[in-house]
Design a protein around this ligand. Structure first.
Ligand code: ASP
Length: 323
């Protein structure tokens, strides 16, 4: 009887001991978009520093498809043992339920939020040869020729999709919407002139804008981004009704031990406090000011408000799936 009780006790404390020993091997961070895009860039910068704090490699695995929901579904269904985490965003954990009625996860209920990695303002960009020198000309040209334009995005429900759904609805246009596995590959096609424009997260764009290989018309924020001081805001450019921004954040599957989530959050916060890591993110235009969402509780609140916000916005723009 005593032996049985001891065995039972040992079995019950197994997950706790596993949590205490964690991490004993590399941690996989699923990026639900193609390599080289904004989610991938943020994940690699933050993951590199987290590896140092955790003493184990944070390995990035790109699982692209369906606007990020393929990778997040896989991550949500993995063992909640701290060895699989993910870099989600405003699309996968905000907009997705409004556009995928059969979504296999609930952003509000199926995750253990870890913390916000980066706020990512949205920039309206176009190919270099686009016949408009500023936002006012872009708006006028798009309103006239909207049906002939090609817009690139990273799949239904992605940030580029949702934020450009909003832009297209403000402009009253219906361009051809070209789908990519992430805005990394979409940006390549913008640079080579295969597509006309995109709405994308700033961290993907700053190097190309600085190199002059694409045109940047406006940042959809009330104030200019310090990383792109020459790019006006939509308000300055005459389109004040287009204000939108996005974010990338780390999540673990629901059921991941609290102790592990706390350590992941600590490693994330250390990455964001590290001057070199911080500088890399800020130079790309990331906004690190939303410290409230850097805690698991704060991120949970953000997800709840984003799901509510996007279900309303996407219904209004006509992009939401009929229920
Ligand atoms: N964040 C996506 C990417 O990394 C793009 C998107 O959501 O628009 O490619």
């Amino acid at each position: 009887m005593r032996l049985f009780a001891l065995l039972l006790l040992a079995a019950l404390s197994l997950p706790q001991r596993a949590a205490a020993a964690w991490p004993e091997r590399p941690v996989t961070m699923i990026v639900p978009f193609a390599a080289g895009g904004p989610t991938d860039v943020v994940a690699r910068i933050v993951g590199e520093h987290m590896s140092r704090t955790l003493g184990q490699q944070v390995v990035i695995e790109n699982v692209a498809g369906a606007g990020g929901t393929t990778g997040i579904t896989r991550a949500a269904q993995s063992a909640p043992d701290g060895y699989t985490i993910m870099m989600g965003h405003m699309g996968t954990h905000g907009a997705a339920p409004a556009v995928y009625p059969g979504l296999k996860y609930d952003p509000v209920k199926d995750f253990a939020p870890v913390g916000m990695a980066a706020g990512t303002p949205i920039v309206i960009v176009a190919k270099k040869a686009f016949p408009a020198k500023d936002l006012a000309e872009f708006v006028a040209y798009a309103r006239k020729n909207g049906d002939k334009l090609n817009e690139g995005h990273a799949g239904v429900g992605s940030v580029s999709f949702t934020t450009c759904s909003l832009l297209n609805s403000v402009l009253g246009i219906k361009p051809t919407r070209v789908v990519y596995r992430g805005t990394g590959p979409a940006l390549n096609d913008l640079v080579s002139g295969q597509i006309d424009y995109m709405c994308d997260q700033i961290v993907n764009l700053v190097p190309q804008i600085q190199a002059g290989t694409i045109r940047a018309y406006a940042v959809a924020l009330p104030a200019r981004s310090p990383a792109l001081p020459d790019v006006p805001t939509t308000k300055e450019g005459g389109l004040p009704e287009y204000q939108v921004s996005a974010w990338n954040a780390v999540f673990a599957p629901k059921g991941t031990p609290r102790e592990i989530v706390t350590r992941l959050n600590g490693a994330l916060l250390q990455a964001l406090a590290d001057p070199a890591t911080r500088k890399r993110l800020l130079d790309l235009g990331a906004d690190l000011s939303d410290t409230a969402s850097q805690s698991p509780e704060g991120l949970q609140k953000l997800v709840e408000s984003e799901v509510a916000r996007w279900s309303k916005v996407l219904k209004e723009t006509g992009a939401a799936a009929p229920k």
